[in-house]
Design a protein around this ligand. Structure first.
Ligand SMILES: [Cu+2]
Length: 289
C-alpha cells in the first residue's frame, strides 16, 4: 500500500472512531470531570479545578493558535525569512519567564488558601474513627458505643464470584454497595480519624471531597460539612492497592438530617447495650444497600 492510500485509510478510521466517540463522550462529560460534590470544600475544589482547566485551555489556544498561524502564513514556501532578532533576545526571555511565573503564582495563592481550609479539622461536632482492614471498613462513633463493620454488600459479593452466572449490570451499585452504611448528619462538621489495622488503604468519597490514606500506626485526619440540603447517599472506594480484595471494599455514606441522625444513633446505642458482650449490633446480617 502506498503512502497516500495508507494516509487515506488512517483518516477514515480516525473519522469513524471520532464520529462514534463524540456523542458518548459528550454524554459522559459530567462523569469524566471532577464532581462538584456536596460539602463546603468539595465545591471550592471543583471551582479551583475548573479555574486551572480554563487557564490551561487559554494557554493552549494562544500557543497553538500562534503556532498554526505561523505555520500557515509564515512558511518558507511563501518566502518567509526567519526573524533572527528574536534569538537570544533578553527582552523576550524575561517576558516568557515572567508571564508563566505570574500565572503560576496566581494559581498557587487560591490553591494554598484552599489547602489550609481543607486541613482545618478543628471545631468538629462529631468524630468518627475509621479503621481500614482487608477488606472492609470499621466506623466507631467517638463518645458512643456504636461501631459499624461495613463490607461489600451480599448482592455484589455473590455476583463477583467466579462463574456466578449473575449479570453484574443487573446488580444495583455493583461493587459500590455495602452491608452497613456510614450514617452522618448534614450541616455538621464531621472529623474522621483514619487508620488501618493491616496494610495501607485509602478512604475516598469524591462527593465529600475527602481522600485520605489509612496507614497502620498513624492517624490521619479529614473533615467535611455536607451542605444541609444535600441529604442522600454518597459512594466511594478504597484507593490504595491493598491486596486481593482491593476492589471489594467500597464506602457508602448516608447523609441524613441531624434529627434523623440523633434518632439513628440512639437506636444503635440501645441495640449495642442490649447485645451480649462481644457482639456488635452492627455485625448482624444487615441490609445490602
Ligand atoms: Cu484497601
Amino acid at each position: 500500500m502506498n503512502r497516500a492510500r495508507l494516509g487515506k485509510l488512517a483518516g477514515t478510521v480516525w473519522l469513524a472512531a471520532a464520529a462514534g466517540a463524540v456523542p458518548a463522550a459528550a454524554a459522559d462529560w459530567g462523569r469524566i470531570n471532577l464532581p462538584r460534590g456536596v460539602t463546603n470544600v468539595s465545591t471550592r475544589i471543583y471551582a479551583l479545578h475548573m479555574m486551572a482547566f480554563w487557564i490551561c485551555v487559554g494557554i493552549g489556544v494562544v500557543v497553538f493558535g500562534v503556532m498554526i498561524w505561523s505555520l500557515i502564513f509564515h512558511r518558507k514556501s511563501r518566502g518567509a525569512v526567519p526573524d533572527v532578532a528574536m534569538v537570544h533576545s533578553t527582552k523576550v526571555e524575561v517576558l516568557w519567564t515572567a508571564i508563566p511565573v505570574l500565572i503560576l503564582v496566581g494559581m498557587a495563592i487560591p490553591a494554598a488558601r484552599l489547602l489550609v481550609r481543607i486541613n482545618n479539622n478543628t471545631d468538629s461536632q462529631l468524630s468518627i474513627r475509621v479503621n481500614g482492614f482487608q477488606w472492609g471498613w470499621q466506623y466507631k462513633y467517638v463518645g458512643t458505643n456504636v461501631s459499624i463493620i461495613s463490607k461489600l454488600s451480599l448482592s455484589s459479593d455473590a455476583a463477583s464470584m467466579l462463574d456466578s452466572g449473575i449479570n453484574v449490570d443487573r446488580v444495583p451499585h455493583y461493587l459500590l454497595s455495602v452491608t452497613h452504611q456510614l450514617v452522618v448528619p448534614v450541616g455538621e462538621k464531621i472529623r474522621l480519624l483514619i487508620t488501618s489495622v493491616d496494610v495501607v488503604h485509602s478512604w475516598w468519597v469524591p462527593d465529600l471531597g475527602v481522600k485520605k490514606d489509612a496507614i497502620p500506626g498513624f492517624i490521619n485526619q479529614a473533615s467535611f460539612i455536607i451542605n444541609p440540603s444535600k441529604t442522600g447517599v454518597y459512594r466511594g472506594q478504597c484507593t490504595e492497592l491493598c491486596g486481593r480484595g482491593h476492589a471489594f471494599m467500597p464506602i457508602v455514606v448516608r447523609a441524613v438530617t441531624p434529627a434523623a441522625f440523633k434518632a439513628w444513633l440512639k437506636r444503635k446505642e440501645a441495640a449495642g447495650k442490649s447485645a451480649p458482650a462481644g457482639a456488635s449490633a452492627s455485625t448482624s446480617p444487615g441490609v445490602s444497600t
